[in-house]
Design a protein around this ligand. Structure first.
Ligand SMILES: Cc1ncc(COP(=O)(O)O)c(C=O)c1O
Length: 339
């Protein structure tokens, strides 16, 4: 099976497994695990932030980020189709008691005017107070769209002028960098908290790291414990992260080239409609005559696994899909469509 379901499906390579097996470990809850500490330091440095903490998942990074920035009853602004809004079970509302005000971004990317319009000009006792802006870069349901750095800067400036803090869901931040040439630390310099996922394009089995000021991370650590995210000999899994930061960032551009190959190949069929250009490692499309779910079933029967999400069919390239397999996936889809 050529697995284009998601970049979350990668399996650790023998080299990554060897690094995990050899990891030095300690009690992570007590900040005594040397490998976790190293991963946190490496991430903070890559993102240009003072400190970072290791968490079991990206969803928990969003939970902890929102919780650390807000008080119950606050409003947070975010794109309507972002992961926090659409794919985290309402965790921000459940655990932080916040209201979510959706912005209608273009592929998840919104403007300073939209941010300004969502913030009441004066605080009143009626309207919930917006205190946090969330940005997703790249944007998953926007088809792996990349925030232009000038627009990101302007949106962040607007939010700050109105007193909002800014949190970035950087599940695929290194994909944004690989596509735009803007470093992860440049993106991160505009926001207060930012996290990266280790278990997506970077190819780790588990884990994510959130970064910010020492003060923010100190407060976030408390919520990590409260949410059950504090671990013990977590160096075993952090070692995969250290390995990935050293070996798997530079190769993300190969995934992007494979996504372009896939998109170009698929669009040769008159029945395929690409929903967005393949800017990074995500290809969204629809096929006439099929619901997304029905097409996924048909493609799976031909040996290619896609997912039916976000109103379309999604193919995601990653470490475990080669260029040859990307080309073979196109051929299999064409065969599926000709039957
Ligand atoms: C943009 C985005 N944010 C957050 C998450 C959650 O990450 P995790 O699966 O590590 O909890 C995902 C997962 O697909 C994602 O795509």
């Amino acid at each position: 099976m050529i697995n284009l379901f998601s970049d979350t499906q990668t399996k650790p390579t023998p080299e990554m497994r060897a690094a995990m097996a050899a990891a030095d470990v300690g009690d992570e809850q007590l900040a005594e695990d040397p490998t976790v500490n190293r991963l946190q330091d490496m991430t903070a440095q890559l993102l240009g932030k003072e400190a970072a903490i290791f968490l079991p998942s990206g969803a928990m990074c969003n939970l902890v980020g929102v919780k650390t920035h807000t008080q119950p009853g606050d409003m947070i602004l975010a794109d309507r189709r972002c992961h926090i809004m659409r794919a985290e079970c309402g965790g921000a509302a459940i655990f932080s008691g916040v209201m979510l005000d959706p912005l209608d971004g273009e592929r998840g990317i919104f403007t300073p005017e939209q941010v300004r319009a969502a913030i009441p000009p004066v605080k009143t006792v009626y309207h919930p107070h917006p205190t946090l802006l969330c940005i997703e870069n790249t944007h998953n349901y926007g088809g792996g769209s990349v925030w232009p750095i000038e627009q990101l800067r302007d949106v962040c400036t607007t939010a700050r002028e109105r007193g909002l803090a800014i949190h970035m869901d950087g599940a695929r931040l290194f994909n944004a960098s690989a596509a735009s040439g803007v470093t992860a630390s440049e993106y991160a310099s505009h926001v207060d908290s930012v996290w990266i996922d280790l278990s997506k394009g970077l190819g780790c089995p588990v884990g994510a790291v959130i970064a910010g000021t020492s003060d923010f991370i100190g407060r976030a650590r408390r919520w990590k414990h409260a949410f059950g995210g504090a671990m013990r000999q977590a160096g075993i899994i952090a070692a995969a992260g250290v390995y990935a930061l050293q070996h798997n960032i530079n190769r993300l551009k190969d995934d992007h080239a494979n996504a372009r190959l896939l998109a170009e190949g698929l669009s040769q069929s008159p029945r395929v409609r690409l929903l967005y250009p393949a800017d990074t490692n995500i290809v969204f499309f629809n096929v006439s005559g099929f619901t997304p779910a029905a097409f996924c079933e048909r493609a799976a029967a031909q040996g290619v696994r896609f997912s039916a999400v976000g109103g379309g069919i999604r193919g995601v390239t990653h470490l475990d899909v080669s260029r040859e397999e990307s080309a073979a996936a196109v051929e299999s889809v064409m065969k599926a469509l000709s039957e």
